[in-house]
Design a protein around this ligand. Structure first.
Ligand code: F0G
Length: 445
């Protein structure tokens, strides 16, 4: 990180010297495979930090807070603002940033009532530059790709990773290859990839099939992999946990609830909380619970059937297409987070997702279907007694409500569905004020 990139950079305050560690055999990996596996045992890698005397927690908090009034590009990023906790780029290398992070936490009053808790907060990662949490990890991993001299970056995606990667690659003047499952991604996301000028390939397979094809392609072409097996992505994504704690005055909630797809995000947030506890930035870990769609629930099954020791891929099917994933790459990391934080792992039905999404919308916040599994899951966790009425809960909403308007339209236009109270289909009227007034009168004062 060049000194001029941030007005308040304190190099001595970094949390340690970063290196890649294998989560399976604990090896210090200097030459990972193209798909970021350990060359020794094949397991996943994570960025770990060798401590050189712990930085003072209060110094870090003051530093990060001070950057909020800086106008240096790296300070304006809600990810790089926390750069003492990130792998440092070589001197002279500026990060590729679109001012990601700095996302709001909203109270959800109606949703709290329907879930049966006194208060409910949502950290809205859909308020990132391309409308999803992926931007927080893309800034770190794509910056790494540029430092390493790659021209091309690539990902397999259910739509949000590709939208994000395409934007950051375009901004950096790099080329992007997107592999997406044909017909199974939301139009908002597909259109972003086109708009940001990526080479977009729709493959006649599902997300898991796209991952397989890309895995082969990166062995034959110099393409930097930007799926969440890339440990530098998860480093950026973990800063969401840091930012959440800063917003909550470093007081951890009792529960954080996230959707689970490829399981990178839950792993990243868990890592963030674990690090903050070790650094003395927070005094306890929140329980981090992971919710999946019932038709795409390999982690739920792994926890129930194999106590998290084994993962059997499933054939995934859900209209929450972002998490239509049957063979999640980061399942071992996610299992570790569940164990360490004492979180729950549950699945929810398609109907529950639709209702939860409409409820989040009716609170004026809105999100895409995959994000709504968090509220649907919370309701079940309150019912089972895992979450108590007076406990503090933060839902992580991962994507913006404009990502998948087709889903929203179908929900509101479904006149055959059981409960119509949340459905607000457009009303067709004559272009006549009397017709509008008549409608309002029928609605009541
Ligand atoms: N929510 C949204 C909106 C997503 O796009 C994703 C994943 C998830 C949740 C799940 O996060 O995979 O880290 O467990 N989308 C990926 C993609 C897979 O390609 O856009 P995860």
């Amino acid at each position: 990180m060049p000194a001029e990139a941030g007005v308040t950079h304190l190099p001595d305050a970094t949390i340690g010297v970063p290196y890649l560690r294998c989560i399976g055999c604990d090896a210090d990996v200097t030459a990972p495979t193209e798909d970021f596996a350990c060359p020794g045992c094949g397991d996943r890698l994570e960025v770990a930090y060798r401590r050189r005397g712990a930085p003072d927690a209060d110094v870090l908090k003051t530093l990060w807070h001070a950057r909020k009034v800086s106008s240096a590009p790296t300070d304006l990023s809600g990810v790089w603002r926390f750069r003492e906790a990130l792998p440092i780029l070589p001197a002279g290398a500026a990060p590729v940033t679109l001012r990601e992070g700095n996302t709001p936490i909203y109270p959800l009053a109606r949703c709290a009532k329907s879930a049966g808790v006194d208060a409910l907060l949502a950290k809205h990662q859909g308020m990132n530059p391309t409308g999803s949490f992926k931007d927080t990890g893309m800034t770190t991993a794509l910056s790494m790709a540029r430092v390493k001299g790659f021209q091309w970056v690539g990902c397999a995606s259910t739509g949000n990773t590709s939208a994000s990667m395409a934007a950051y690659a375009a901004h950096a003047g790099m080329r992007a290859l997107v592999l997406i499952p044909e017909g199974k991604i939301a139009w908002g996301k597909l259109s972003q990839s086109l708009d940001y000028a990526a080479i977009t390939c729709q493959l006649k397979t599902d997300f898991d099939g796209c991952v397989r094809v890309l895995g082969e392609a990166i062995r034959r072409f110099p393409l930097y992999l930007l799926n969440s097996v890339n440990p530098y992505r998860l480093e950026g994504q973990k800063t969401t946990a840091y930012e959440m704690m800063e917003q909550l005055a470093w007081e951890p909630p009792d529960h954080v609830i996230v959707p689970g797809g490829n399981l990178g995000n839950s792993s990243a947030l868990g890592k963030g909380f674990r690090e903050m506890l070790a650094l003395g930035l927070i005094r306890k870990l929140p329980r981090l619970s992971i919710i999946q769609a019932r038709g795409a629930n390999p982690l739920v099954r792994s926890m129930k059937e194999f106590a998290g020791e084994r993962m059997e891929p499933v054939r995934a099917e859900t209209r929450a297409t972002a998490i239509r994933i049957g063979n999640p790459a980061s399942w071992k990391k996610a299992v570790a987070v569940l164990r360490e934080t004492g979180g729950a792992c549950e699945d929810v039905s398609e109907e529950e997702i639709g209702v939860a999404k409409a409820e989040i919308g009716a609170d004026g916040v809105g999100c895409e279907p995959a994000s709504a599994v968090t509220l649907a899951g919370l309701k079940n966790l309150v019912r089972s007694g895992f979450v108590k009425r007076g406990e503090s809960v933060v839902l992580v909403l991962t994507g913006h409500c404009l990502k998948d308007p087709e889903y929203t339209m179908d929900f509101h236009r479904d006149a055959a569905a059981g409960d119509q109270s949340l459905r607000k289909p457009p009303v067709l009227l004559d272009a006549d004020p009397a017709a509008v007034i008549d409608l309002l009168n029928r609605m009541g004062m």
